[in-house]
Design a protein around this ligand. Structure first.
Ligand code: C5P
Length: 317
């Protein structure tokens, strides 16, 4: 064999997982466990996190690197949700937690689009494949729910109704593609503080959360592929607390509305604002309007629904 040939690369697995927007998000009174019951409709969008899991020497433990937009804002230690996903999978399967993880960010950081949850979902599938653990899908979903309320949806993708903490999912029927533009801010908003402000604003009289089935018009719009009706039905109970914590967001909503967006809503716990366009071109124009008005730090155009967590490549020795 030629001396020039280098050794084969170590086995590695590359997985991608989508970010999401909440088309409707209804929040009930905080429970004793510190969580709020939710009735939500998630849509996965074509902004993806990629996680590569590479074989590492026995005993080397977990290591993590991050690249892509806003990578410097992401922790690379055991507080990272992808790291925790690998550690949890190892613990539950009894396999050694030896893996090199690399995250390529494609979802805005701390923006209410569940980028960290997508990392956890992708790391679960990547390590399950690399370690040949072969956990049934349902067990991966259960581990996902332990890692965070939005992690199971990132595994599932497409469009789904979420109840409980948002982790009990029922797939929703949709037709066609919806064209989104997302306006993001350099400085994120912490999800717990937005929920806390929700409690403060709502006072002790928060009504019980309405079942997502109450979002009948929204579900009809999805089934009909009717973007105009979907735009009118977008709703987020966390929008008021997010605006209260970040009053500048009002201008982001206003610019998109004035530019003819079919609907505008704060995404999840914010501060990302989602605007629904009539077409791909119109979504791009909404982003251009935000940039011209200087009310966002970045714009990201995407379509929904997008598939859930998927294996992209698997290289074995
Ligand atoms: O589940 P996850 O770690 O993503 O949630 C982060 C925080 O957001 C929780 O600790 C809780 O304070 C808040 N949260 C909530 N109700 C939910 C989901 C999250 O109060 N349904």
């Amino acid at each position: 064999m030629s001396a020039h040939l280098s050794a084969a690369p170590p086995p590695s697995v590359r997985v991608r997982a989508p970010g999401k927007v909440n088309l409707a998000l209804r929040v009930g009174p905080v429970g004793n466990d510190g969580y709020h019951p939710l009735a939500t409709i998630f849509q996965a969008v074509s902004l993806f996190e990629e996680v590569t899991a590479t074989h590492s020497m026995p005993g080397s433990g977990i290591s993590l690197t991050v690249s892509g937009p806003q990578a410097d804002a992401v922790p690379t230690d055991e507080t990272n949700l992808a790291w925790r996903a690998a550690a949890l999978l190892a613990e539950r399967t009894g396999l050694p937690a030896d893996v090199g993880l690399h995250i390529t960010k494609g979802v805005p950081v701390a923006g209410g689009m569940a980028g960290g949850s997508a990392d956890a979902a992708a790391a679960l599938l990547a390590c399950d494949t690399l370690w040949d653990a072969g956990l049934p899908r349902q067990e991966l979903v259960e581990l996902a729910a332990e890692l965070g309320a939005d992690v199971p949806f990132s595994l599932l993708g497409h469009t789904a109704v979420g109840t409980g903490r948002g982790d009990l999912l029922t797939p929703a029927m949709t037709r066609g593609e919806f064209h989104w533009c997302f306006g993001t801010q350099r400085e994120g908003l912490s999800t717990p503080s937005v929920f806390r402000r929700f409690d403060e604003l709502a006072g002790p009289s928060t009504p019980d959360v309405a079942p997502a089935a109450d979002d009948t018009e929204l579900m009809h719009a999805l089934r009909a592929g009717d973007a105009v009706a979907l735009g009118k039905a977008l709703h987020n109970d966390l929008e008021a607390p997010a605006l209260d914590l970040r009053p500048e967001l009002a201008a982001v909503l206003e610019v998109a509305t004035d530019s003819g967006a079919l609907g505008v809503v704060v995404s999840g716990s914010g501060p990302t604002v989602a605007a629904l366009g009539r077409s791909r071109q119109h979504a791009l124009a909404l982003g251009a309007a935000w940039t011209a008005a200087d009310v966002v730090d970045a714009v990201w155009c995407a379509t929904g629904p997008a598939p859930g967590t998927q294996l992209i490549t698997s290289i074995s020795r």
